[in-house]
Design a protein around this ligand. Sequence first.
Ligand SMILES: NC(=O)c1ccc[n+]([C@@H]2O[C@H](COP(=O)([O-])OP(=O)(O)OC[C@H]3O[C@@H](n4cnc5c(N)ncnc54)[C@H](OP(=O)(O)O)[C@@H]3O)[C@@H](O)[C@H]2O)c1
Length: 262
Amino acid sequence: MEKLKKYAVVTGASSGIGWHISKELAMKGYSIVAVSNQAEQLKELKNKLETEYSIEVLTIDCDLSQKEAAGNIFKFCQEQKLEVEVLVNNAGILVYGEVVNVPVKRAETILQLHMNTPAILCRLFAELMVKNKKGFILNVSSISAVMPYPTISLYGPTKTFLRQFSRALRTELKGTGVSVLCLLPGATATALYDQNKVNVPLATKLGVMKKPEYVAKVGVSRLLRGKGESVPGFLNKIIMLIVPWVPNFIIRIIYKISLRKR
Ligand SMILES: NC(=O)c1ccc[n+]([C@@H]2O[C@H](COP(=O)([O-])OP(=O)(O)OC[C@H]3O[C@@H](n4cnc5c(N)ncnc54)[C@H](OP(=O)(O)O)[C@@H]3O)[C@@H](O)[C@H]2O)c1
């Protein structure tokens, strides 16, 4: 009898950490439902993973900042009768700058993309996973979750939401067979950064930035071992410990100096 395929839904699978998480899961035998708004790159991922591993890759080209996105992805999986065992909420953007200067549309995009869509995807898929008594949910937050800092005032706090939401959900689902991991990467060498402003190759060489394949490997391995949180890299673990204790007046001074330098 043919073995039932098990599927992993991965958002933001077309590049960076999401691409490598898809690869890690494919290596472990999962077929992938790859979601992003880059049709060409999704096709590339499909060709690569289906050639290298004996799995299937289904692609969904959709804008995850749209209100109906989570419902549409769930509906697609239901219609295709896929047994979804893993959900990875990875898609994200970096919005840099003072809130009053951020275009309203961009502010709405990050809030929907980092909070509403992942939370509703968790809501929909977790219910099925509980019924199946098995499942893994990986929410990609960031070490910025502990940094309510100026100029990343939309980015950091949306990642705080994802962290706290993951913690609460993990507690609710304890004993159901469904495990929730919050991955908190530090600086990672991906397209998230404007390559004209950040010297990504140099930062990676100096070890300040991690490679996305490393972050993905740590995340997937911790997820499948049922862990609750993961901060890849020793330096990032130290940053996570120290940063919440930095008093606000120090942050104000640093911000003032940075304003003078602009
Ligand atoms: N890089 C870092 O230093 C770092 C650190 C901590 C946490 N993270 C988090 O890691 C996650 C992955 O980021 P990354 O570094 O791998 O960056 P990335 O290479 O830019 O990947 C982001 C992914 O999300 C997709 N995406 C963005 N907006 C979307 C939308 N509206 N609809 C559908 N897909 C969308 C992107 O597709 P497009 O190609 O269309 O943009 C891409 O596939 C993010 O949540 C990010 O916040 C990154």
